[in-house]
Design a protein around this ligand. Structure first.
Ligand code: GLV
Ligand code: MG
Length: 370
């Protein structure tokens, strides 16, 4: 026996805030990455507050070794200077991705950020998480730092799934701490660690496909050289599906990670939508163009919300069965509709444009008992 259930309700350091018993469902459709050490990017941050659900100061990969301290300090400066960002004040959360726990910078990232701007930081993304031991380390350290900084609310932890061992240990990672907020797919590191043979950052691959069977001639001989349609498959389906189950089981949130081909907005939208349909709540944005894509894809469509409300209205107390437009709806499908409507309500609370669209849906009460 390691920790008992009740241990999870107690802070891991004297004076640290009490752990949360439930992870709040805060909208996080786009997690927009910026380098806080890059003056051009940092200057844009204040104007982006309110236009994106999450701004993430990235300190890990994509920041050069010689700029690590500069980026860390840049994030402290932004956290201090941007009044309506992060914490409990506004719609835009402030997250960071710290350097990995085996790097020369990971410890200083955590110590500096929590003691300097801990009150603004909502979530710390930890890369290259291998197992529960990594989360336990961060959990205790955060508690000590929160106590030192006098914080009154716990900082949450998000793990990137980007090693084979991390995928194998996915359940224990999700269960390792009440701070666990979610998981993101890290397709680039994961591909490398697994020795997959794609060199792309996320997205599909034309070589990963299935091919239609060959036509046969009149004698039944297969025409292997004849025309045959191919269908590209999703390299990431298995990992995302696994991540969705692990997160749902533990009451935390799954995210698609980065889509590196910034110009291919069409394929990015497809990849994000697959993740949304499978149960993910958001994705990373590596360029402002991807924010709009994620906001669109991870918000239920007006048609879906209209249908869901109609089923809920027709189902009364939620039991039994009704026919709507020739389709059977019952106790289970009304729950699917409730998932859709609950998400729409959460998003409408912070997105006035979306609220307008959902509010314009006419009330519909139709359906007949099956
Ligand atoms: C993200 O960190 C990735 O490795 O894809
Ligand atoms: Mg990575």
């Amino acid at each position: 026996m390691t920790r008992t259930a009740k241990d999870f309700f107690a802070p891991l350091a004297v004076g640290a805030p009490a752990p949360l018993r439930e992870i709040p469902a805060r909208p996080s459709r786009a997690i927009h990455f910026f380098d806080p050490g890059n003056e051009k990017m940092a200057a844009k941050v204040p104007d982006m507050v309110g236009t994106v659900d999450v701004l993430l100061g990235n300190l890990e990969d994509a920041v050069k070794a010689e700029n690590k301290e500069k980026s860390r300090q840049g994030l402290v400066d932004i956290g201090r200077a941007t009044a309506n960002l992060g914490g409990t004040v506004g719609p835009t959360q402030l997250w960071t991705r710290v350097n990995s726990l085996d790097s020369p910078w990971g410890l200083d990232d955590l110590v500096t950020l929590v003691t300097e701007i801990g009150d603004k930081l909502d979530v710390v993304m930890v890369p290259k998480v291998q197992g529960a031991e990594d989360i336990h380390y961060v959990d205790r350290l955060l508690a000590q730092l929160e106590a030192k900084a006098g914080l009154d609310r716990p900082i949450l932890v998000h793990a990137i799934l980007e090693t084979a061992r991390g995928v194998a240990n996915i359940e224990e990672i999700c269960a390792a701490s009440p701070r666990m907020q979610g998981l993101s797919l890290g397709p680039a590191d994961l591909a490398a660690d697994r020795r997959m043979k794609t060199t792309r950052v996320g997205g599909g691959h034309p070589g990963y496909l299935v091919r239609q069977d060959p036509e046969r001639d009149d004698l039944g001989v297969p025409q292997y050289d004849g025309p045959r349609t191919t269908y590209q498959q999703d390299l990431w389906h298995y990992t995302i599906a696994r991540m969705v189950d692990a997160c749902a089981m533990h009451g935390i949130y799954p995210y698609y990670g980065p889509f590196g081909d910034i110009k291919d907005t069409v394929a990015c939208e497809d990849q994000f939508r697959n993740a949304f349909l499978l149960g993910c709540v958001g994705a990373w944005s590596l360029h402002p163009a991807q924010i709009a894509i994620a906001n669109k894809v991870f918000s239920p469509s007006v048609e879906d919300v209209a249908h869901a409300r109609r089923v809920i209205a027709a189902m009364g107390d939620g039991t039994g069965a009704v026919m709507i437009d020739g389709k059977m709806e019952d106790d289970a499908s009304v729950k699917q509709c409730q998932v859709m409507v609950a998400l729409a309500d959460e998003l409408a609370a912070i997105d006035p444009e979306l609220k307008k669209q959902y509010d314009a849906i006419p009330d519909q009460h139709s359906g007949t008992e099956a």
